[in-house]
Design a binder for this molecule. Structure first.
Ligand code: SF4
Ligand code: SF4
Length: 179
């Protein structure tokens, strides 16, 4: 049969000699590679006793920020979800009631806001797309491992920072970083 492109190579099966049929050269070659690696610098670390240093520009778990008065900044515009290449963000918008002005900064807010951390690739595009400076990726918290898939869908209970001003998440260092 004619090859489809000129890149195709016809491989012919070579007849094995006695040594190759005994697999001895292959075994010795494999052992030599193993022994060579015994004396090389180790690339693995003994986690959790030993921890690998993070890159200066790593991105961790998201936080939904409040303003100085404690109201949620997010207005459920959906731009972060549109920008997300992994389609990890989902939300439901709701109208703010007059009595909720202290809770939500804008007239529209996210009644439900979820990020599927198993889909997320921590690219930071949601942070860049947000016109309200409402979502940031933290550099002090990683997404922890879990036993199932469901716990990886983070809702507002995990994402929105605490109401208590003394417990707010400091993202000033994050904002100063340039990539
Ligand atoms: S960091 Fe990237 S992948 Fe993760 S939610 Fe934001 S835009 Fe989507
Ligand atoms: S986090 Fe920002 S971009 Fe996403 S819905 Fe809220 S305001 Fe819009």
């Amino acid at each position: 049969m004619e090859p489809l492109t000129s890149r195709a190579q016809i491989i012919e099966k070579k007849k094995m000699n006695i040594w190759e049929r005994m697999y001895l050269p292959a075994i010795v070659g494999g052992m030599a590679i193993t022994i060579k690696h015994l004396f090389k610098k180790k690339v693995t670390v003994k986690y959790p006793e030993q921890k690998r240093e993070f890159s200066k520009v790593w991105r961790g778990q998201h936080v939904l920020k409040r303003d100085d008065n404690g109201a949620e900044r997010c207005t459920a515009c959906g731009l972060c979800a549109l920008a997300c290449p992994a389609e990890a963000i989902t939300m439901d918008a709701a109208e703010r009631k007059p009595s909720e002005k202290n809770l939500y900064r804008e007239e529209k807010y996210a009644a439900r806001y979820e990020i599927d951390m198993l889909r997320c690739i921590f690219c930071g595009l949601c942070e860049d797309a947000c016109p309200k400076e409402a979502i940031f990726l933290r550099d002090d918290k990683i997404v922890m491992s879990e036993f199932g898939r469901k716990p990886f869908v983070y809702g507002k209970d995990i994402l929105v920072e605490p109401m208590d001003p003394t417990k707010r998440i400091d993202i000033s260092a994050r904002q100063k970083k340039t990539f």
